[in-house]
Design a protein. Structure first.
Length: 379
């Protein structure tokens, strides 16, 4: 195809810039089509100016946050959570995609608008902080990327964003009574999942990706599974051992044969999550404010109530540092015994929070007259 002035139309009708300037090749497929030659020429001049200023003056080329976000996703395709991160970048793009990366800061109008919109939609501060941390992560990475044609990084420094005060709800483990109230309001398939959560301490994604191929039979004919423990975007998820006490094992045995690969399925298909409409409607009918993560906290709470030591609790919850291949026979037996303790509802005390105690203390300080709503006159 005939080249002209350093750019040409490709087969799809878009202009492609292909030009040599100061021994540096400029090659870019633009969004401009036939009839927009002036815009292409302006883009060529802009790119040439970036190269000249970088090589002759040491000035960094201007990059938008969108440029940095795309580069980050391309460089980190190996990350476990890169698909979710790309989706997050797509939601951020209307706010900060067009902004020059070196101009972003906590008080920038785009960041203020992003924060305001999220809060107005009922998002928690924790969610807003997650968005700000994602922006910061991309910009921090950009300070490490170096241009191949000059000794400059994409950004000199990355901004530090002011995070909002955390407003996440504290864990609320279920009492045995509340657990029963919840179960009777749930569909049968969700009842089994809830009981598995409170008897194994698995995370939502661990339970819904549980595979038959990872099943183990431990000494004493005890069921166990190897699952992928939660990991960060920078680290691969490590494997951990999940012990199934007799209650959890019975639930799993009842599902054997439903699917060739996955343990927990619905209508013959793998599930994405337990926190679906069935679970939300069930907890609403039961009148219990409970999240799927609270079921995991219930397991940990019952281990503690049963007197299980902190190290063993950490291993059963997947917080420990051991790998599945590094357990001794004695350690395995200890984990099995501890997991079995949560099946015994011998502690009938109601689960309460410190706020409940604070309310009682406040009421006890009131005079009898004040409790009845009467005004007590001083003598």
């Amino acid at each position: 195809m005939q080249k002209s002035s350093g750019y040409y139309l490709n087969k799809k009708g878009f202009y492609v810039i292909d030009k040599q300037y100061l021994s540096q090749r400029i090659f870019e497929t633009t969004c401009y089509s036939e009839g927009e030659a002036r815009e292409v020429e302006a883009r060529v001049r802009e790119l040439c100016a970036d190269i000249y200023n970088a090589k002759k003056r040491g000035d960094r080329p201007v990059v938008t946050f969108r440029d940095c976000a795309i580069e980050y996703c391309v460089r980190n395709q190996h990350q476990n959570q890169i698909v979710e991160f790309e989706s997050l970048m797509g939601r951020l793009d209307p706010y900060v995609g067009h902004v020059n990366a070196d101009q972003l800061h906590s008080d920038h109008e785009s960041i203020v608008r992003l924060t305001s919109d999220l809060l107005s939609k009922g998002r928690k501060n924790l969610t807003v902080n997650a968005y700000l941390e994602a922006i910061g992560r991309v910009l921090r990475a950009a300070t490490q990327w170096r241009y191949s044609w000059c000794n400059l990084t994409w950004l000199a420094v990355a901004p530090v964003f002011d995070m909002l005060e955390k407003d996440s709800r504290p864990p609320r483990p279920l009492s045995w009574k509340a657990q029963q109230q919840l179960l009777v309001e749930l569909p049968e398939h969700l009842q089994g999942e809830v009981e598995t959560f409170v008897n194994t301490g698995m995370r939502d994604n661990e339970l819904n990706t549980l595979r038959w191929e990872n099943e183990l039979v431990l000494p004493g004919n005890v069921m166990a599974f190897i699952v992928k423990a939660k990991g960060s975007t920078r680290q691969k998820k490590r494997e951990r051992l999940v012990i199934f006490n007799h209650k959890a094992a019975a639930i799993v045995e009842g599902r054997r044969g439903e699917h060739d690969e996955y343990v927990f399925v619905y209508r013959g298909k793998p599930k994405a999550k337990t926190n679906n409409n069935g679970f939300k409607h069930g907890r609403a009918r039961a009148g219990i404010d409970v999240r799927v993560q609270d079921l995991r906290h219930t397991f940990g709470h019952r281990l503690r109530e049963a007197g299980v030591d902190e190290e063993t609790r950490a291993e059963l919850l997947g917080h420990g540092k051991s790998l599945t291949t590094h357990y001794s026979a004695a350690s395995i037996q200890k984990l099995i015994e501890a997991a079995e303790l949560v099946t015994r509802p011998n502690n009938k005390r109601v689960v309460v929070t410190l706020d409940d105690y604070r309310k009682v203390a406040k009421e006890s300080r009131q005079t009898p007259a004040a409790k009845k709503g009467k005004v007590v006159k001083s003598s």
